[in-house]
Design a protein around this ligand. Structure first.
Ligand code: PLP
Length: 272
């Protein structure tokens, strides 16, 4: 008999193009040796050119999925991606408390997905406030990109000073750690992310790759971090491992369709 692997749960939407959402999350969990499980929140209609629309899953089906896997199979770490509506966010928050995911229980990563990189909304407008008030206080780590930072705090990050200002503003919402990703900063510079719990400040620097094919990058990084947390890593270690993982995924991303191609978690499977 083979040993049971660690488990990770993604609470997120489906991408019909297979590059982002739960498809990216499951591939990433798998590539990192973790058994992936899903609570589907929404079905998007999309391809490499963008999101054409989405339909959300009934709230009791979303929370039912979380309870079903948590009470039977166990969850070693969880993450949220696209949550679509305030109603889903409020119900997910309540359910996470019931199954002891988040804050002092099972490690819980919140990727505050608001829009696709092609600029299409993945969250109904009133839901942003619910992410701030219901999810951030329960989160072990939140992982906004710079567009999400602006939407959530109003801070326009232009360099290290404003990146720290944004991190401080985000920590006010109550998460244990924040990772302000700098991937969308100056294209001529290395990609520097800032990780903090309000006491320690860690700058994680890595190369920037010359590719337009970065679809699913945010989901993949958050899932890689969640995989490491599921295997017992502390937050700074998990984020460092997640950053190294996403760098390779971006380096080996590929063109697909007429628009933006996906990052590739396959490298780990094909590398020795
Ligand atoms: N579709 C779904 C279901 C997602 O969860 C996300 C990102 O979280 C996207 C699309 C957008 O991905 P990207 O911004 O990398 O294009």
């Amino acid at each position: 008999m083979t040993a049971t692997p660690r488990t990770a749960l993604t609470i997120a939407g489906s991408d019909s193009g297979g590059g982002a959402g739960i498809q990216a999350d499951l591939r990433t969990f798998f590539a990192n040796g973790v058994h992936g499980m899903v609570a589907l929140t929404a079905v998007t209609v999309q391809n490499s050119l963008g999101v054409q629309g989405f339909s959300e899953i009934p709230v009791d089906v979303v929370t039912g999925q979380i309870k079903a896997v948590a009470t039977d199979m166990g969850v070693d770490a969880a993450k949220t991606g696209m949550l679509a509506t305030a109603e889903i966010i409020n119900a997910v928050a309540k359910t996470l408390d019931e199954v002891h995911i988040g804050r002092s229980g099972t490690p819980f990563v919140v990727d505050p997905v608001a829009a696709s990189m092609t600029g299409h909304a993945l969250l109904r407008e009133e839901a942003l406030e619910a992410i701030r008030t219901e999810l951030f206080p329960r989160a072990t780590l939140i992982t906004p990109n710079l567009d999400e930072v602006r939407l959530l705090t109003g801070v326009e990050v232009t360099g290290p000073g404003t990146q720290r200002e944004a991190a401080e503003a985000l920590l006010e919402f109550g998460s244990e750690w924040v990772l302000v990703k700098g991937g969308h900063l100056d294209a001529a510079q290395d990609c520097v992310d800032l990780l903090s719990d309000g006491e320690s400040w860690v700058e994680l620097s890595g190369p920037r790759f010359d590719t337009r094919n970065t679809h699913g990058g945010g989901d993949t990084m958050a899932s890689a971090i969640t995989s490491s947390l599921a295997k017992g890593a502390d937050v700074p270690t998990a984020v460092t491992e997640g950053k190294r993982f996403i760098e390779r995924c971006v380096a080996e991303s590929y063109p697909l369709g007429a628009g933006v191609g996906p990052v590739s978690p396959f490298w780990r499977l094909s590398s020795p």
